[in-house]
Design a binder for this molecule. Sequence first.
Ligand code: ADE
Length: 418
Amino acid sequence: MDYDIKDLSLADAGRLRIEWANRTMPVLNLIRERFGREKPLTGLKLAACLHVTTETASLAQTLKAGGAEVFVCASNPLSTQDDVAASLVAHDQVPVFAVCGEDKDTYYRHINAVIDLGPMMTMDDGADLVSTLHNERRGDQGPVIGGTEETTTGVIRLRAMAADGVLAYPIMAVNDARTKHFFDNRYGTGQSTLDGILRATNRLLSGSVFVVCGYGWCGRGVASRARGMGARVIVTEVDPLPALEAVMDGFQVMPIAQAAQIGDIFCTLTGDINVIRKEHFATMKDGAIVANSGHFNVELDLDGLSRITTATRTMRDHVVEHKLEDGLCVYVLAEGRLINLAAAEGHPSSVMDMSFANQALGAEYMLQNKGKFDNTVLDVPLDIDQEIARLKLEAMGVEIDALTPEQQKYLSSWDMGT
Ligand code: ADE
């Protein structure tokens, strides 16, 4: 079996951490048990380009239990947990191509390595695998019947491909399932982003001015968690609607040019490019800390920052000091890469449980319905979304009401007023 990981001797440590994650992934565990009995993915060769974490290992095990042949590469150069990669290779016989800290060439070599194995389905987080299959490796699209996409940024890229008419196979937008983005993007990113910033800096949030750039589901999560820890939170936005929501949620809202001058800690979660630029870095307070929790590191204009930087020092893991021309310093965390996975461990398993339940059931659905879809971006079917919510509630021991026949009738009628 071909693979490329850091160190196989880390496998036993990885296996224990995967087992620990599995304890709080009840929905995925149920799916794995069913997959083990029914083998719905028999014969499927699936390439997964995901953050190689304990939760991803649980997903890979689930897909394998369903009969799939799974190969894994990283969806970010800094997010691989090397012990997990080792465990997948040693204990689950899953070929993994991922090393934490790999350079850009290695990152793409690893994506190409999983394409070399001839996938029939892609499971992507950020669409780098799909993009490679639509550019340099276009000749290898033939066997691919469909795919799934985990994240907002990836779905945006796929929709752009579909709009340009170049998407070569149908891809399910797992991100857009309600049991994914309402929970993973909000509570997962909210907690894991603060976890990453705090692990990297060990700073006190209480009383600090915390600037959140972007008020999508991820930004909302971070803003509410930072406020919960006592930070004074400022939100920056470009869209009037979420900006208004942020105001009504009680946050200060202002342009980044103003926020740059007063923030202690900055975090971008917009999915867009150059959100914090050279002119903003130049006006920051001495000691300002800047992080990104969006999928790509393009949200911070690090080239612009390097043009006004006179010297850099690594102060501690994931913290680089930039001494600016005026003698003041700003600190960039984790090279501007997604802080929650680079400096912490990503979202906790109980939230990835739902995201990856969508991935597993999405893959099953795409296989069962192969050939039936146009080459577009598809929604996760509502019944899958609802079933995942139902199973999660059940696992949490939470019961809910059912509509009475009278209520059901009322909701489908139009003639019953006051
Ligand atoms: N994305 C965010 N958190 C993650 C995790 N724990 N595992 C895989 N992908 C993630």
